[in-house]
Design a binder for this molecule. Structure first.
Ligand code: MSP
Length: 521
């Protein structure tokens, strides 16, 4: 249990071109997946595409192609996004796959067999953009509270008895205070559930692009599953459900720490509907739902009509992959809304990557190449002064910064704090060089210069291990420049026990983070 970690992104609607909002969720999950792997955990990281429903059906029609052809094409752009952003997902689920249809129908059957589904008729408001039902009282100036258009729908429909689950949900939130994070979202969900839940319409009959419900009586052939019930099941279908004996199901649902990462707009589906469906089917619940905030672009809402959509491929082409990943995770405390500004991006990647971490590696490695014959220098026999001691204390995992502390910060998605601390360590290392001035030590006592450079290499080694979840390619590049063995790059190697060996041969230094220069016209 302690060693299995399951992390999922929301599955992306295939009506849209991938933008930074999608890249953001995926990179955050990737950071968690990579961190947990580097701690030696058994990790499954799932992403994929949400391909059914009226919204997708309409987009396909607007493109003049059959839905299947349309979803095949757009789903591929999300796979490409994962490759582009260096996302280390272990699987990619599509809701049009047979394994998923089977799982969604099985979940329905289980909920129905347990007596939680009944036939009725729905009449009310529906928003195709949100794929959500709204009550009259929720509408604002005739629109959904999200600003989306709504339409009146009247049709035969199956219902899930959501109204029966309020107390059980509240009890569950109470017993599991970290189930919904951050706290503000947890409070929002608790007050929503306390406000009373209505039964949920879970089938549609007025269009056909979806998973047919299992037929149990005449007329059922017309019903397709509500797209959110269909979509949420993806988290189980990728684990082999309904085969509860499947190894992945056992490892990652039954006996794991499982976490769904979502945007704040879809927290209700994940923190209310999903646990209720699971309880209704007697299945275990995930351990955590974390909702992140939304990006605006240069102060404005990102939207197709404003034409200000930020495309990840453009950022990667202009600034570099790791620079983009760094900025996305660094700029705003995870959970808060944030603003994307080009100016900030340039400032952050230049000051933190190029001028700080990159400069530290470059100055140190080139001094080692020039003055130590390209080998790890020897620090033995030089007594450490206070400056050395406090520098070394900060870079290693210590009682003030235990592996448990590090894990908690990651699992609570404190990404920008973690990164700020890494930046501080790098700044201190740069100050350490300036105070020690190894170029002067060289003239007075070479042993002192060797010791200083050795400590700096150790600092860089630890920084490179720590940045791996965020910027894996650059981290590998630095670890390679330090000739750190491949099996000594985990978080358990952040200690003196795995320190670099004096005399080890190092490859010729190379710059890792170029400084970004605005092109002048
Ligand atoms: N298909 C559903 C999820 C089903 S999960 C069982 C969906 N898809 S989506 O493509 O519309 O959105 C996917 C994710 O992208 C959501 O978590 C959403 O919050 C996120 N973002 C979309 N635009 C965003 C920003 N501008 N900023 C940050 N994230 C945003 O919802």
């Amino acid at each position: 249990m302690k060693n299995n970690f399951y992390i999922t992104t929301p599955i992306y609607y295939v009506n849209d071109r991938p933008h930074i909002g999608h890249a953001y969720t995926s990179v955050a999950c990737d950071v968690l997946a990579r961190f947990n792997r580097l701690c030696g955990k058994h990790v499954k990281f799932l992403t994929g595409t949400d391909e059914h429903g009226q919204k997708v059906e309409k987009s396909a029609a607007a493109s003049g192609v059959k839905p299947q052809e349309f979803v095949d094409k757009v789903s591929q752009t999300f796979r490409d996004l994962a490759d582009l952003m260096n996302i280390s997902n272990d699987d990619f689920i599509r809701t049009t796959e047979p394994r998923h249809k089977k799982a969604a129908q099985a979940l329905w059957q289980k909920m129905q067999a347990n007596g939680h589904i009944y036939l009725g008729a729905y009449s009310g408001w529906y928003s195709v953009r949100d794929e959500a039902y709204y009550q009259e009282s929720e509408l604002v100036n005739g629109k959904a509270p999200t600003g989306a258009e709504v339409e009146w729908v009247e049709e035969p429909s199956y219902f899930f008895n959501l109204s029966q689950w309020g107390d059980k949900l509240l009890e569950f939130y109470e017993k599991n205070p970290n189930f919904i994070m951050p706290e503000s979202r947890r409070n929002e969900i608790i007050s929503f559930v306390k406000g009373g839940l209505k039964d949920l319409s879970i089938s549609r009959t007025t269009f056909s692009w979806g998973i047919p419900i299992p037929v149990s009586q005449a007329g059922d052939e017309k019903h397709i599953m509500y797209v959110w019930l269909d979509a949420l099941t993806n988290y189980l279908s990728a684990l082999g459900y309904p085969d509860e004996g499947a190894v992945d199901y056992q490892d990652f649902w039954q006996n794991s720490y499982s976490m769904h990462m979502v945007g704040k707009d879809i927290i209700r589906f994940h923190a209310v509907y999903w646990p209720a469906f699971l309880m209704a089917a007697d299945l275990p619940l995930p351990k955590r739902i974390f909702a992140h905030g939304w990006w605006t672009i240069e102060g404005e809402k990102m939207s197709k009509s404003l034409g200000n959509t930020v495309i990840p491929a453009d950022l990667v082409a202009e600034f570099g992959l790791d620079q983009t990943r760094w900025f996305l995770m660094r700029e705003v405390p995870f959970g808060n809304d944030g603003n994307f500004s080009r100016e900030r991006m340039v400032a952050v990647i230049n000051s933190e990557l190029a001028n700080n971490i990159g400069n530290l590696a470059q100055r140190t490695l080139s001094m080692v190449a020039k003055n130590c014959g390209g080998k790890v220098p020897n620090a033995d026999g030089v007594e450490k002064d206070e400056l050395d001691m406090s520098f070394l204390y900060n870079i290693y995992v210590t009682e003030a910064n235990t592996p448990q502390d590090i894990e908690n910060r990651y699992m609570n998605c404190k990404f920008n704090d973690i990164m700020a601390d890494i930046v501080t360590i790098a700044s201190e290392a740069n100050n350490y060089i300036d105070s020690k001035a190894p170029w002067k030590q060289k003239k007075t006592d070479e042993r002192l210069m060797n010791a200083t450079l050795y400590h700096l290499l150790e600092g860089i080694r630890c920084i490179a291990i720590m940045i791996q979840p965020f910027i894996p390619d650059s981290a590998v590049k630095i670890l390679d420049l330090l000739a750190v063995p491949a099996n000594e790059r985990g978080f358990s190697h952040l200690s003196y026990d795995f320190a670099l060996k004096a005399g080890a041969e190092l490859p010729p230094p190379e710059p890792v983070f170029p400084r970004f220069m605005e092109k002048t016209v």
